[in-house]
Design a protein around this ligand. Structure first.
Ligand code: AMP
Ligand code: MG
Length: 358
C-alpha cells in the first residue's frame, strides 16, 4: 500500500482548501482504514473506535498486544458522554484540562467494542489540543481510537517522518502537523478506582491535578516494579536498539571515557557512544562525536527525547548514555520514559506476545 503524507500546515498557511483533504481522511476512517494524525503529545494511529475490524488493524500495524487498551480521541463533550459514564469530577477535569494532554479512564458504555478497550470495561478518553486532530475527528463524526503511531516497543513518534519510518506501506495516510509540541504521551488518570490514580505520568502532573483531587500525589501512580494497573505498563517501551545507560549529569563524561576504554579493550577502537544530555551534561564532551543536545529545560527535553532515542538507531549507536533528571514535576514523566528505554522498569514477559511493546 502506498502511504500518502498530507502537509497540513502548508495547506493551512497557503489558505488551500482543507475540506477536501479532511473529507478524504474521514472517508478512509469511515471505510475502516487507518489514518495517522498529529496531536500535541505524539502522533496517533487512528481508527474508528466503534468498528472492531478497524481497531484490530491498529493492533496489527503496530504489533501491539491485544490486552493493551487504546485511548479514544473525541472532539467535544457530547462524544464523551456517548462513550462513557462521566462523574462530576471528570466534568471538572474536562473543563480545566481539555483540550489537552490528559486522558481520563472512565466506565465505558456498551457501544464501545471490547477490542478498543483491550477487553476492559473502562475506556481512556482524551480531547487532543491540535487543530488537525480536531478537524479529523469532526470530519469523520466518529470517536477515533489512537495509540501512538509507532511500531510497538519503539520510541513514540513526534514527527510525521517518525510515523513514515514505522508505518510506510502499512497505512494509506499520514497527516503531517509538524513537530509535536509536548513530545511525551498524555497523563493517564484513572477515575474508576476508589482513589483516583495516575497510571502514566505526563506533562500534566499531580501538582496540576491536586486542586481537583485532594491528596493526589505522584506516589498514587504505579510504583516502579509494582503491579501493572494500566495494562500497557507491563511491556517494555521506547527502546532503541542499543543498550541505554542513565547517568547523573556529572557522571556522563567519566562514564563515556570508561565505556570508550571498555569498547577499545574489546577490539572496537571507534565505538559509537551516543550521548543524550543538556548542555551541562555535555561538559567535557566538546570533541566527542554523536552528542545530542536534549535542550536547556525540561519542556525542551520532553519535546526532543523520542527524536533523540530514534536518532541513536539512525547512527547505529553501540551504546546510549542518557542524562538522568530529578524526579519532580515534568522530570517524573521524562524519567518514566527513560527508565523504560533503559529497561529499568518491570521486565517484559518472556512469552512471544509479551515481547511486543507499546
Ligand atoms: P498509547 O496510546 O500507545 O500511548 O497507550 C495508551 C496508554 O493508555 C496505555 O498505557 C494504556 O494502558 C492506557 N490506557 C488506555 N485505556 C485505558 C484503560 N481503559 N484503563 C487503563 N489504562 C488505559
Ligand atoms: Mg504508545
Amino acid at each position: 500500500m502506498e502511504t500518502e503524507v498530507f502537509d497540513y500546515f502548508s495547506a493551512l498557511y497557503s489558505n488551500a482548501d482543507l475540506t477536501a483533504p479532511f473529507d478524504r481522511a474521514a472517508a478512509l476512517l469511515r471505510a475502516g482504514e487507518l489514518v495517522a494524525f498529529p496531536t500535541e503529545t505524539v502522533y496517533g494511529l487512528g481508527a474508528n473506535a466503534l468498528d472492531p475490524a478497524a481497531v484490530t488493524k491498529i493492533y496489527q500495524a503496530k504489533g501491539r498486544p491485544s490486552d493493551n487498551p487504546l485511548i479514544v480521541h473525541i472532539a467535544n463533550e457530547t462524544m464523551a458522554e456517548d462513550l462513557a459514564e462521566i462523574p462530576p469530577l471528570a466534568k471538572e477535569l474536562m473543563a480545566a484540562f481539555w483540550p489537552g494532554p490528559l486522558t481520563l479512564v472512565l466506565p465505558a458504555k456498551p457501544c464501545l467494542p471490547r477490542v478498543t478497550t483491550g477487553g476492559l470495561s473502562t475506556v481512556g478518553l482524551r480531547m487532543p489540543a491540535h487543530s488537525a486532530a480536531i478537524r479529523l475527528i469532526e470530519a469523520a463524526g466518529l470517536p477515533i481510537a489512537a495509540p501512538s503511531a509507532n511500531l510497538s516497543g519503539r520510541p513514540s513518534p513526534t514527527s510525521a517522518g517518525h510515523v513514515l519510518h514505522d508505518m510506510r506501506g502499512k497505512i494509506p495516510l499520514i497527516i503531517d502537523g509538524g513537530e509535536a509540541a509536548a513530545g511525551l504521551e498524555s497523563t493517564v488518570l484513572d477515575l474508576t478506582s476508589a482513589v483516583p490514580a495516575i497510571l502514566r505520568p505526563g506533562v500534566i502532573t499531580a501538582a496540576d491535578l491536586v486542586e481537583f483531587i485532594p491528596g493526589l500525589t505522584e506516589e498514587t501512580r504505579l510504583p516502579h516494579g509494582g503491579v501493572a494497573r494500566a495494562p500497557g505498563m507491563k511491556y517494555r517501551h521506547y527502546a532503541p536498539k542499543a543498550r541505554v545507560v542513565l547517568c547523573d549529569q556529572t557522571d556522563i563524561y567519566p562514564t563515556y571515557k570508561a565505556a570508550w576504554r571498555q569498547f577499545a579493550a574489546q577490539g572496537n577502537s571507534h565505538p559509537k557512544i551516543a550521548v543524550l544530555a543538556t548542555l551541562n551534561g555535555l561538559t567535557g564532551l566538546a570533541e566527542a562525536e554523536n552528542c545530542f543536545l536534549l535542550g536547556e529545560n525540561l519542556p525542551q527535553v520532553a519535546q526532543n527525547l523520542f527524536t533523540a532515542l530514534r536518532w541513536t538507531d539512525e547512527i547505529n549507536a553501540d551504546l546510549v548514555l542518557a542524562e538522568r533528571f530529578p524526579e519532580t514535576g515534568l522530570g517524573i514523566a521524562i524519567m518514566n520514559r527513560l527508565n523504560k528505554a533503559a529497561a529499568n522498569e518491570p521486565k517484559p514477559p518472556t512469552d512471544k506476545q509479551g515481547e511486543q511493546h507499546d
